[in-house]
Design a protein around this ligand. Structure first.
Ligand code: AMP
Length: 143
């Protein structure tokens, strides 16, 4: 199964913001949208970075509340690992485990075209396991 299947189920909308926005604005968006990370993109939907709850916790720990007035570009991760629609879900799981992150922007022709979170991956993996189990039970019952 590939990333395309996840996007078909959840859609391709990605919450993004601009690099000059403050961390305070980002915190408000994360809270309002009930999400854990936001992609920093330009007008052409080129990915410039990603910032997650972890980065905000680190910024607050290092600089205190003053960090909230700083631009998100100062705290985002710029070397973003991205995937394609054709990337397998197993490969995404490996990337997330090895890289210790829970979000992967999806690029098509270099432009942002979706986002896969660890929650999406787990949900689809569970569905896959259930389908396999059902098939196995039916196979055994038929014998
Ligand atoms: P997360 O587990 O997604 O909350 O992110 C943990 C750390 O990894 C944070 O510093 C994020 O900025 C960073 N991060 C999240 N997603 C990615 C990604 N796809 N590529 C590189 N770093 C990421």
């Amino acid at each position: 199964m590939t990333v395309a299947r996840i996007l078909a189920a959840k859609g391709r909308d990605v919450v993004t913001t601009q690099a000059y926005r403050t961390l305070r604005e980002v915190v408000a968006i994360l809270a309002e949208r009930r999400i854990g990370a936001i992609v920093i993109a330009d007008a052409e939907r080129t990915v410039l970075g990603i910032v997650s709850e972890r980065d905000i916790v680190r910024a607050l720990s290092e600089s205190g509340a003053e960090a909230l007035e700083e631009p998100v570009s100062r705290h985002m991760t710029s070397r973003v690992v991205t995937v394609h629609e054709r990337t397998t879900i197993d490969a995404v799981m490996d990337m997330m485990t090895t890289g210790r992150f829970r979000h992967a922007p999806v690029l098509e022709h270099g432009r942002l075209a979706g986002l896969v979170s660890i929650g999406d991956v787990v949900k689809h993996r569970m569905a896959e396991i259930e389908t396999d189990q059902r098939a196995m039970r039916e196979y055994i019952a038929a014998g």
